[in-house]
Ligand binder design. Structure first.
Ligand code: UDP
Length: 236
């Protein structure tokens, strides 16, 4: 079977990298995810990855600390994840580069859009650390921004649930999963697919998002082949 998407932006939440522990890094989980990333890369898919940082730190839940400073710490957390994922991919012989929105030359390349695209064209996986590089934003917003910049066909939002539901499936037995949604519906119904800044950016730039469960890492491979997984959010 061929591939449906030539270039994807994969958003990996920090939470997903922590596994059952809920904090820090679970290398067994990361290895499973990286195996699927490698498989997609070998199928010829160009892959950019934005990593979250919630497994280490979330600026908005840092209590009394100045928000900007708390977000700086959050962005450093995303970079720890970026380096960890890069290391596991390298271990699997996948060609990978880390680029950070806040320059830290000793550990990674600075984010340069054209350079990132060049890496992708050469078949290298590019991991984007530090989110957007700005406080008050999220790694979801960074995903829509980077996806727009690198002209990705789609954002893959790999989460802990198998798609978007009308209500929280962990709380309500009768929650119903959507197969498809429009951005208008996501914003009007406040469905919590991603924050509204990120959702608006995708809407305005006509960037579809596929939301699916990373608990089954093979979903990434199925999704690039166009098999029905998760919930697809797109324009009207
Ligand atoms: N963050 C930020 N600007 C960005 C992206 C992230 O300030 O562009 C900070 C923010 O403090 C956020 C933290 O990094 O809480 C971790 O990112 P996020 O919460 O998006 O990670 P996820 O929930 O996806 O693991």
């Amino acid at each position: 079977m061929g591939i449906k998407y030539k270039r994807i932006l994969l958003k990996l939440s920090g939470e997903a990298l922590a596994g059952e522990k809920g904090f820090g890094l679970d290398y067994n989980v990361i290895k499973d995810v990286c195996r699927s990333i490698k498989e997609c890369s070998e199928l010829g898919v160009q892959i950019g990855i934005v990593v979250g940082g919630g497994n280490f730190w979330r600026g908005r839940s840092s209590g009394a600390m100045d928000r900007t400073r708390a977000d700086h710490i959050g962005m450093l957390g995303t970079t720890m994840n970026a380096l960890a994922v890069a290391d596991v991919l390298e271990e699997m012989d996948v060609d990978v580069r880390v680029q950070t929105a806040i320059a830290m030359q000793a550990v990674a390349e600075p984010y340069i859009r054209n350079r990132a695209v060049r890496h992708l064209e050469k078949g290298r996986v590019v991991i984007f650390g530090c989110g957007t590089g700005n406080p008050f934003f999220s790694t979801d917003t960074a995903s829509s921004l980077r996806a727009a910049e690198i002209e990705a066909d789609i954002i893959f939002k790999a989460t802990m649930v198998d798609g978007v539901y009308d209500k929280d499936p962990n709380k309500f037995d009768d929650a119903v999963k959507y197969d498809t949604l429009t951005f208008g519906e996501v914003l009007a119904k406040n469905l919590g697919v991603m924050d509204s800044t990120a959702a608006s950016m995708c809407k305005d730039n006509n960037l579809p998002i596929l939301v699916f469960n990373l608990g089954r890492p093979q979903n990434i491979v199925d999704a690039v082949k166009g098999e029905p997984v998760g919930t697809l959010v797109q324009g009207e």
